[in-house]
Design a protein around this ligand. Sequence first.
Ligand code: GTP
Ligand code: MG
Length: 198
Amino acid sequence: MSRGPRIQSAEYRCAASAAAEFPPPRGPEVALLGRSNVGKSSLLNRLVNRRTLARTSATPGKTRLLHWYDVVRGEQPLALVDLPGYGFAKVSRAERQSWQRLVEAYLDARRARLALLLQDLRRDWSEDESLLLAWLAQRDIPALVAITKVDKEKPMRAAAREKALRAAIGLPPERVIATSAETGKGIDELWKAIHAEL
Ligand code: GTP
Ligand code: MG
């Protein structure tokens, strides 16, 4: 597959922990959503070819804020917004509620032109992911699903997992893309799908 346009620039803009702190919109925003540790920050780094732009961690639940990254790819300016992950077992009910409030506030602000929902290849699609797709549909925000960490399984097993996930997700095939932040698999395809929505 062709590499597509170059990343002209990618830089960190700011963080927010509440709606009052959301920065003024600049270009179209693409929201990265998904379970803690699913690989949101890693995928973001791979999308912009910068190993350490977004902080990644082996300890889940590190990103408790929304983080804005300004990107220019080809002629297209956009912002990638790294949302806090959910589903981290050790958080309290109050923390879960504050996560939900923050994410819903962001989605309600109607800034996201597109949402990228990440799903780990090795985990099952759960009610949390279904609920997020429903939140997006309610708000008419188009969604793509990136299956992450496909390098973690051998090809045969990976293909079987991908097939099972696609069936569970239930979106049209072109809206689900198998990726690896480690190898770069699926990244050009993902960019193509992102640009098609902007
Ligand atoms: P939170 O910010 O805690 O919500 O996590 P996150 O979704 O941003 O995940 P992050 O990118 O920090 O990645 C979590 C762990 O998975 C890190 O140890 C990454 O190195 C690893 N990881 C992420 N993507 C991949 C991938 O495609 N392949 C492999 N092998 N490891 C990955
Ligand atoms: Mg992160």
